[in-house]
Design a binder for this molecule. Structure first.
Ligand code: NAG
Length: 337
């Protein structure tokens, strides 16, 4: 019902535009809906970094999950309308797993995907005592609120590369599941390639081998990270952040491909980055999660520095409703004042 009224409301205003210009080519419903793309925030005005987003069963409430804060290991919040967000509801991953260092047990950048009816998988980053680096873990739950139950061992580690962080899931058209992540090379003065690998139907067993999608170029300030992959109308859009997260150079940018495993081309100015400091009032925007909602529109969440300068004052959550993706170009609008 929420979707229906949104579609009709958007269609109504867009129809008026079409009627005024008889020269316009035919426009499909999907194109009308996605023109609504709007950045707003903060929508969770407290520390809520690296948010992950899902719409369980395609029906509200929406769920968002954050990096560990004073609110818990993986705090989560919900929204019935993708406009108003509740205060933080609780901790979706109170116990991150036997493999996680007990003295350094913060969880970074959780991402949750619904794999089937009553089956959710969370991908997350934590420090492995045995590996001596950050690794990617997986945890499963019957409900989006958890508590998610961790696997006994991490699913990806890469000590030679400097550890691995920022994993997220992706379901390709046709249902194939993938995991994408960043090799944390900047922790060792090395490059930061982003990889993809196929997942079995359980959502956490990796199969085949990993493929590199992009890595950092000089313009990226030594870092690409926080990958989030989404498919829309013949293109795969790999959103990522570049530069150091603790600076105002942090951003949300993207690369495009015609296949999930690439090759990917980083989109360049003026069509990228999607968001840099100052856009729509953001500061150090990054850590975005972008999702295709039932093939109807694309929504995203990301964080921005609360103090307007760096991450030390915390990072609050912002959102993008109806992110516009068209022919390999992503665009957003700021709310009209
Ligand atoms: C972050 O910004 C605050 C507020 O301006 C400042 O006091 C602090 O020194 C900055 N920290 C870093 C690491 O730059």
């Amino acid at each position: 019902m929420v979707f229906l009224s949104l579609a009709i409301a958007t269609l109504g205003s867009a129809s008026a535009v079409i009627a005024a210009s008889t020269q316009s080519p035919p426009v499909r419903l999907r194109d009308l809906v996605k023109r609504a793309g709007t950045v707003t925030g903060p929508v969770i005005p407290t520390d809520f970094p690296d948010p992950g987003l899902i719409l369980p069963n395609g029906m509200p409430p929406w769920y968002v999950y954050s990096t560990s804060t004073s609110h818990g290991k993986v705090p989560f919040a919900i929204s019935e309308d993708f406009t108003e967000w509740t205060p933080i509801q609780g901790d979706a991953l109170p116990y991150p797993g036997i493999w996680v260092s007990s003295s350094n047990s913060a969880v970074w950048a959780p991402d949750v995907r619904q794999i089937g009816t009553n089956y959710y998988v969370m991908y997350y980053t934590a420090f492995s005592e045995a590996d001596g680096n950050h690794c990617i873990g997986a945890a499963t739950s019957l409900t989006p609120a958890g508590p998610f139950i961790p696997q006994a061992a991490p699913i990806v580690c890469d000590a030679a590369g400097g550890g691995v962080i920022d994993a997220s899931g992706f379901e390709a058209p046709g249902g194939a599941l993938y995991l994408v992540w960043k090799v944390d090379g900047n922790s060792k003065g090395q490059s930061t390639p982003i990889f993809i690998q196929h997942l079995a139907a359980d959502g956490y067993t990796l199969t085949g081998s990993a493929t590199q999608l992009i890595t950092n170029d000089p313009v990226d300030g030594g870092i690409v990270e926080a990958p989030s992959l989404v498919y829309w109308e013949d293109y795969y859009y790999l959103f990522f952040s570049s530069n150091r997260y603790n600076t105002l150079y942090y951003d949300v940018s993207y690369a495009i491909a015609k296949s999930a495993t690439g090759p990917y081309t980083k989109v360049q100015a003026p069509n990228a980055p999607l968001l840099v400091s100052g856009d729509c009032g953001t500061a150090g925007p990054g850590g975005a999660t972008v999702i295709n909602v039932l093939d109807r529109y694309v929504n995203a969440v990301f964080h921005s520095d609360i103090n307007g300068k760096n991450a030390s004052g915390g990072r609050d959550m912002w959102q993008i409703s109806g992110l516009t993706l068209s022919n390999g170009v992503a665009t957003v609008n700021c709310p009209k004042k």
